[in-house]
Write a protein that binds this ligand. Structure first.
Ligand code: NDP
Length: 330
């Protein structure tokens, strides 16, 4: 069975040379464990951080060891009373065809939604959008909301949740004309722009002439500086990610307009989704019906075959994906 290991740690942009594609024996489940045949796995921006040795909120991947991350698969053998063969489970041992998963670390997923939904709109990225917007940015009806990375897994849900929640205006930025069109035509954003076309600050001022109350930051850098510049008094920023900096080899310049935090009485809350399990139920009860009713839509981009997983991961960093980036394994 194929598994993908970290071959070396990247300096700057990763390449496929940083990964090893290896044939390994199908592992044996021990007591209380499941053997799972993975069907679909997630590649996520945070995995770039785990390729580095630097201390962070989640342990680094180890050289010579398989990578891991969200996956949904089918139980083929079960040494637990809680699961039986044939069941679909969500777990965190992706990057391999077969995983041995502790039953306590597996979550049964309903067949009401496609398995991939539990890696995207109804999974970790969806929860990130919900927690960041509702809890960290304290979104309120009537807010004007700006989200960067808006055509991605997290961003596309942020915009839709804001719109459905009664936002005055929702603005998104993304990196291609196709994505920008999708934001207004499919996801219901009021305005969208391509950050590669002209300075972000300029484009944001044009899209939000009355300023913004909430900024959901997926990108950092010039996007963050632009958002601070367009913030209204008492504006709130959810600091979710800074993907423009994940491959940087030296410290990046900070926003030059930080004094506006004082003059405009702004606040900014960084967060890690996994610290917010107390909101998981709220999230699912809020979002699952909207997905079921078709009031929230979501996009996926996928590659076929586990051997393509490194390419898919590099693709997320480059912006090849619209919506959630996935690898179909079986
Ligand atoms: P996405 O589906 O949004 O994929 C990443 C996107 O980032 C790409 O498609 C690309 O789109 C965009 N991008 C890449 N480079 C740049 C750049 N230099 N400037 C602007 N945009 C860029 O990923 P996710 O939805 O999974 O994650 C979105 C963000 O949320 C990331 O920053 C991630 O790290 C963060 N995150 C944080 C979590 C938390 O707990 N705090 C949990 C999950 C995600 P484009 O074509 O538009 O450039």
């Amino acid at each position: 069975a194929v598994e993908i290991r970290l071959a070396s740690r990247p300096e700057g942009w990763p390449t496929t040379d940083n990964f090893d594609i290896v044939e390994a024996p199908v592992p044996e489940p021990g007591p209380g464990q499941l053997l799972v045949r993975n069907k679909v796995m997630s590649v996520d921006p945070y995995m770039r951080g785990r390729m580095s040795a630097a201390k962070s909120y989640v342990a680094p991947f180890e050289i010579g060891q398989p990578l891991d991350g969200g996956a949904v698969g089918e139980v083929v053998r079960s040494n637990s009373d809680d699961f039986s063969p044939g069941q679909s489970v969500l777990h965190s041992l992706g990057w391999r065809e077969y995983a041995v998963v502790d039953a306590t670390q597996a979550t049964a997923v309903s067949s009401e939604f496609p398995p991939s939904a539990f890696l995207g709109v109804l999974g970790m990225p969806g929860m990130t959008a919900y927690v960041g917007l509702m809890d960290k940015a304290r979104f309120q009806q009537g807010d004007t909301v700006f989200v960067s990375g808006a055509a991605g897994a997290v961003g596309s849900l942020v915009g839709q949740l804001a719109k459905l929640g009664g936002a005055e205006r929702v603005i998104g930025s993304a990196g291609s004309p196709e994505k920008v069109r999708l934001l207004t035509e499919r996801f219901g954003f009021d305005a969208a722009f391509n950050y590669k076309d002209a300075p972000v600050g300029e484009q944001l001022r044009a899209a939000a002439p009355n300023g913004i109350d909430v900024y959901f930051d997926n990108v950092g850098g010039d996007h963050l500086e632009a958002a601070i510049g367009s913030m209204n008094d008492f504006g709130r920023i959810a600091a979710c990610g800074a993907i423009s900096q994940y491959n940087a080899t030296e410290a990046q310049p900070g926003p030059r307009n930080m004094f506006q935090f004082v003059t405009k009485r702004l606040s900014m809350q960084g967060f890690i989704v996994n610290d917010n399990t107390h909101l998981k139920r709220d999230f699912f009860e809020h979002v699952a019906p909207l997905v079921r009713e078709g009031r929230i839509s979501y996009e996926e981009t996928s590659v076929d075959g586990i051997r393509k997983a490194p390419e898919a991961f590099l693709g997320v960093l480059r912006g090849d994906n619209t919506g959630k980036m996935l690898v179909n394994i079986a």
